[in-house]
Design a protein around this ligand. Structure first.
Ligand SMILES: [Zn+2]
Length: 403
């Protein structure tokens, strides 16, 4: 079969690989009918999230048709249409039963303390071959797959693999409730769903910050109040829009590969922070190479977190769903503590939210396809990555058809 395979940082290829097989009684094999590229895949390709093993098939978002099931899989029949959850969970351990599917004790082959197991990720997450392929082996199929009702199309369902549950999780982490003014940092596809999620959790106002005009246009279609960080200081604008108080809740949907402001007051401010970090870094390690003009990963990501801490109201709460790798430690703890903030974060418990979000799609409350902007033919799987990586205008979400 064909699959998108990770060979090295910046080196992914559409390879011919062996078809997957049932290895455990709890496995299923799914014929993939839709897969997609996610921002997390870009982190893996760029190397900002390290630890990938050469030969790993990428991708953790897919919809497909059950091809075969192991003898312990009692709820699915070959031919069933399913959406695959990005994270893998056993469904039987105490963590899964408490709803903490992303901290399952059993699914990660590296042991119960290894953290979240997900498709197409680094060694520490399994590794488990991903879903940008013609077929995939789905471990713990009873928990890692959800049947798709006939009324929901593949194009709609693919957004339920990771994006919509993650955004909803962000609104839950941020404790969004009735009447809240919610700030969403990042207007990529997860940010767009975070706007939709915040509104359905009771938010009265949603303010969204990004630096790309087409994303902000999309956010205004949901009546979000938009702030362009290349033109304005987001913290100052949020304070102005909220009578000086700040947002009640913040959903941080940016993560480690934050785009740096290019112009405007925010760009100057970031440069000052970067200089300060650089001075601290030089004091801590005088022999380290100078930063120069190059933006060092680890400088930029603290930006979204810093904006979150500064733009939220006193005693407000922040939910972080942007991805940060182990070892990243750029959070302004002192400022947050002295404003009595609540900070929650984590990898999404996809299985916890997926069924009820499917109901929102069936009822027509949310149409996820509004956020798919490009589709790629199989030969273009690799160039689709390149275009998505450049954040080309209009690339909110990329759906791959590998088969
Ligand atoms: Zn479990």
């Amino acid at each position: 079969m064909k699959a998108v395979v990770w060979h090295g940082v910046g080196d992914i290829r559409l390879d011919e690989v062996p078809d997957p097989k049932i290895l455990e009684p709890t496995d299923a094999v799914v014929k993939i009918t839709r897969s997609a590229i996610c921002g997390t895949d870009l982190h893996l390709v760029r190397g900002t999230i390290p630890g990938m093993v050469e030969g790993t098939i990428l991708g953790h978002e897919a919809v497909g048709v059950v091809e075969a099931v192991g003898p312990a899989v009692r709820g699915f029949t070959p031919g069933d249409r399913v959406v695959v959850t990005s994270s893998i969970a056993c469904g039987a351990c105490s963590y899964c039963r408490a709803g903490y599917f992303a901290q399952c004790d059993t699914a990660n082959p590296n042991g119960p303390s290894a953290g979240t197991c997900f498709f197409g990720g680094p060694e520490a997450t399994g590794p488990v071959n991903g879903l940008q392929a013609e077929y995939a082996r789905v471990p713990y199929a009873m928990t890692s797959m959800v049947r798709v009702p006939d009324a929901v199309s593949d194009e709609q369902a693919i957004l339920l693999s990771d994006v919509f549950p993650t955004a909803w999780f962000g609104a839950r982490l941020a404790e969004v409730g009735d009447g809240d003014t919610v700030l969403v940092l990042g207007a990529g596809v997860v940010g767009q769903f975070a706007i939709a999620s915040a509104k359905r959790c009771g938010a009265a106002r949603v303010i969204v910050v990004d630096g790309i005009a087409s994303r902000l246009d999309k956010a205004r279609e949901q009546n979000a109040e938009t702030v362009d960080f290349n033109a304005e200081d987001p913290v100052a604008v949020v304070r102005e829009l909220t009578g000086g108080i700040g947002a009640d809740r913040v959903i941080e949907a940016v993560g480690v590969d934050a785009e740096r402001p290019k112009t405007g007051p925010a760009a100057e401010q970031v440069e000052q922070w970067a200089d300060r970090f650089e001075q601290e870094r030089r004091q801590a390690a005088p022999d380290a190479a100078p930063r120069g003009d190059q933006w060092v990963p680890g400088d930029a990501p603290s930006l979204a977190l810093r904006w979150a801490v500064q733009a939220v109201a006193k005693a407000g709460s922040i939910g972080v769903i942007g991805v940060y790798p182990p070892g990243f430690d750029g959070f302004p703890i002192g400022e947050a503590l002295n404003r009595n903030l609540t900070l929650k974060m984590g990898n999404c418990h996809h299985r916890l939210y997926l069924p009820r979000l499917l109901d929102l799609v069936v009822s027509g409350t949310v149409d996820p396809t509004a956020f798919i902007t490009r589709r790629e033919e199989p030969v273009d799987a690799v160039s689709a990555y390149e275009s998505f990586d450049r954040r080309e205008d209009g690339w909110l979400k990329t759906v791959l058809e590998v088969a």
